[in-house]
Unconditional design. Sequence first.
Length: 603
Amino acid sequence: MSRKGDDSPQLTDSKPVLDAAYKVLGPRTTAPAGPSLPTVISIFIGFMSTNILSSSLIRLGPQYLEPVFGNVLPYLNYFYGILFSFILGGLMGSSYWRYILSAMSPVKKRKGDQLTIDTKTTRAIAMAFDMAAILTALAPTRASYLFRYSDMVSPMWGPMIVYCLFTFPAFVLGGFVAVLSAARVSYNPQSKILQGAISIAYLSAVAMSVWLGHTFARPQVACTGILFNAIFAGLSSVIIKLLTGYQETVDSADALEALKAASPDGKLEKGAEELTANLRDRQIRKLQFLPAGGVLFFALTTFFSQPSCTNGLTAANNRNTTQYHMLSRHESITGWVSVSDEAQRGIRLLRSGHSILGGQWNTTNESIFGDNKHHPASKSKGMMRALQIGLGIGVSARSLHEQNVRVDVVEIDPEVYKAAVDYFMLPKNLNGVYLQDGRTFIDESPDHTYDYIVHDVFTGGSLERILKPNGTLAMNYVGIMSDTRSLYHVARTISTVFSHVRCFAESLDDMDGLTNMMFFASNSPLEFDISHKVLRAMDQYTIRSNMLSKMEEREINIDAAYADDVKPITDQWNPLPQWQVGSAIAHWKAMRDLFPTEYWLNY
């Protein structure tokens, strides 16, 4: 009953209206109808948005973590984390669907009101996208906070901890939407088998579309890609809410017309109009479009407050408390490419993500690493043409160019080449500069072109094809010398193409630590000129001449690589990523020892 003095209709006032509606519409004895057209459109939008959001974040998650954790560790157990998140979200969606069914009043159950089920379903889907949008818009902020403690946890589990507050919540909500949508599409109490088959088909379609989207998605700029997905999820929620509101309006109008037709004397008309008005007022009071404004606000706040979301140098990149002065910074196709000076040791560094592409001593302009200091000893007599694939800071190319060798350079990232020219004195008048993928360049190059090739990845027989008959391949390899399994398999792979292979280490002092090694390969016997004449000519390069003088005593014996149980690595069989998890962890720790945490967080 109504309270005295309260003229607003109460729940008991609506009961005659609902009873009359039931008498007009009558009970349904047939199987319930499928979802309404607005609901079908809403579910389709949910399907597409789940696909786009999930497939993008699967790729963007490791990409965003790479500057802090490298390009191997963010993928450890990543698939299982994604799978667990989707399953957890699916269980939540299944539970919510059971709640929708149990929440139906007896009157609604008797008349089989599908629109009520549709309304609850689409509202839940819209709510899930609201939450996903807000969480995704704030994801870079949460990640940057956790990055500060990256050196306090194991590098194996650090990425997973970040993911739990970064991308996994969006995957949970994606699983929620997928299972809830599948439940509504397949809802058919009279045929459980058909219902189960449709649910499985729908969820399989979701999984397949996410996999295809991830496989064929184009590379995106990490932070702006994340914020774009947040805005896209918020927009999807707005459209679904509009469709839900339209369906509620149609449903209310149909009910009102039915009541008017059933009550010629107009006794029920006033109560029906009051009930319809109350439904609309409640929708207005909910301020259901407020989350969309919140998503836009959080996305803009994140974009302007996080240095990782803006291209180019910002004030935050050169704080007074840091010992590194950043000179250049751009997000490119291989990640964040930056150039920094460290005053304490007098070095300049070129960084791409978590990889130090190179560095030089400011006093001598020599490389701080030993991977290129063997090149002068390996040059063939009368060398005329050289190729470097993967530029780094360009020390090798510059050295060869200074000795009148025609040098071609292949670099996939234009920002790396620009940094090498602007900050590491790479000559602009090299024989050729090709900003493209190395494999594509090799495949398109004519036979027997180069006397000498410097490469950091072995790409099989194609390299041998473009070398001259007596040419030499120099390949840098970073690993742990005590990890002979990986070392021997790499050597065996090279030996399938070249008849002569030798390997040298930068240092033999630490067999269990990360070490730069250099493979040399040729179809002619490998001989190195380490005469006093060569060393005297390099007096200005004191570090390089010192390394060359000790080169032969640092040779690694790789005879065991020719054993029968050592297989060559191919595109179809490449166990190195699994074998080199230890190397990845060692590399991460070595980089944290060489450069402090603040350097890695400033990208």
